[in-house]
Ligand binder design. Structure first.
Ligand code: UTP
Length: 287
């Protein structure tokens, strides 16, 4: 069965970004001049999916507003003769019809995925976490969908991280089956230094078999008392194959101020209208 639906998980509290997340969802923080959520929506669309389900929570409705039409703004730009901006505004509002599902209590990423069960139904689906931004030639999700079509099972995105960073991620143990592709044999969420099985860290892109919902339903709270998707995948693994795809492309974790700043710099330095002056400025800062 083909993957048709993408679930964007954006119901987290964003405590690492307090105080700004008191009133602004972290997914609405800008990377240069567009919010993080837009990049992940564009990744879904360029991967060929158009059915998007967003898992949100209280205070996150700004994200839905962002993709809405703003007729008075369009009229203003039209009267001003700013055709370029007008076209961009129309492109944005035509982009998607978003179906939202609310996670009423933040009980963890696994639980957030489970709240999308009715909206997804009994079919394989994609899951994307907006914090993880992947910039590459072919969208990471499109590559994962191709792997799913060939191998079946579930597919998770991974990257090799430094030893000292393994405690921040879900880590997989796996056997190589092809270049950059592994069959997962075990998963552990944020392992303690003495239990780290490998340096392959889970990044926020998944193609999941619908069996994951049953697995989440029987997953007890794990790290931080939350229902972890990693733990549910460990349960799923007993029944079905799970593959790990080590993707190419630049990966940014925008869920912390430092990671977000890095991503902003990298994206700004790729913008021809901004890069030359920014480079000058940065050179000046280095003395
Ligand atoms: P994080 O671990 O980054 O948590 O969630 P968070 O709440 O977003 O941010 P911090 O750690 O408090 O700063 C990983 C992903 O899971 C989602 C988040 O929105 C993010 O996409 N999530 C997490 C939920 O949707 N619900 C939850 O209950 C927990």
């Amino acid at each position: 069965m083909r993957v048709r639906k993408a679930v964007i998980i954006a119901a987290g509290k964003g405590t690492r970004f307090l105080p700004v997340t008191r009133s602004l969802p972290k997914e609405m923080l800008p990377l240069v001049d567009r919010p993080i959520i837009q990049y992940v929506v564009e990744e879904v669309l360029t991967s060929g999916l158009s059915h998007i389900i967003m898992v949100t929570s209280r205070g996150k409705s700004l994200m839905e507003d962002y993709f809405d039409r703003i007729p008075e703004l369009e009229l203003f730009l039209e009267q001003k003769g700013d055709g370029e901006r007008l076209e961009e505004m129309r492109r944005l509002s035509d982009m998607i019809g978003i179906h939202t599902v609310r996670q009423k209590e933040q009980l963890g990423l696994g639980h957030a995925v489970l709240t999308a069960r009715d909206a997804v139904g009994d079919e394989p689906f994609a899951v994307l976490l907006p914090d993880d931004l992947i910039d590459g030639e072919t969208p990471c999700l499109a590559r994962m969908m191709a792997i799913y079509e060939r191998y079946g099972g579930s597919v998770i995105a991974v990257q090799r991280v430094r030893d000292e960073d393994t405690r921040r991620y879900g880590i997989v143990t796996a056997e190589m089956v092809a270049e950059k592709l592994y069959r997962v044999t075990g998963l552990v969420e944020k392992p303690a230094a003495e239990d780290v099985p490998s340096r392959l860290a889970i990044v926020g892109r998944y193609i999941l078999s619908p069996q994951i919902f049953d697995a989440i339903s029987v997953t007890p709270p794990g790290k931080a008392g939350e229902i972890q998707l990693t733990d549910a995948l460990e349960i799923l693994l007993q029944k079905e194959a799970v593959y790990a795809f080590e993707f190419d492309g630049d990966w940014y974790d925008t869920g912390t101020p430092l990671g977000w700043l890095r991503a902003n710099l990298a994206f700004a330095l790729k913008r021809p209208d901004i890069a030359p002056e920014l480079e000058e400025y940065l050179k000046g800062m280095n003395g």
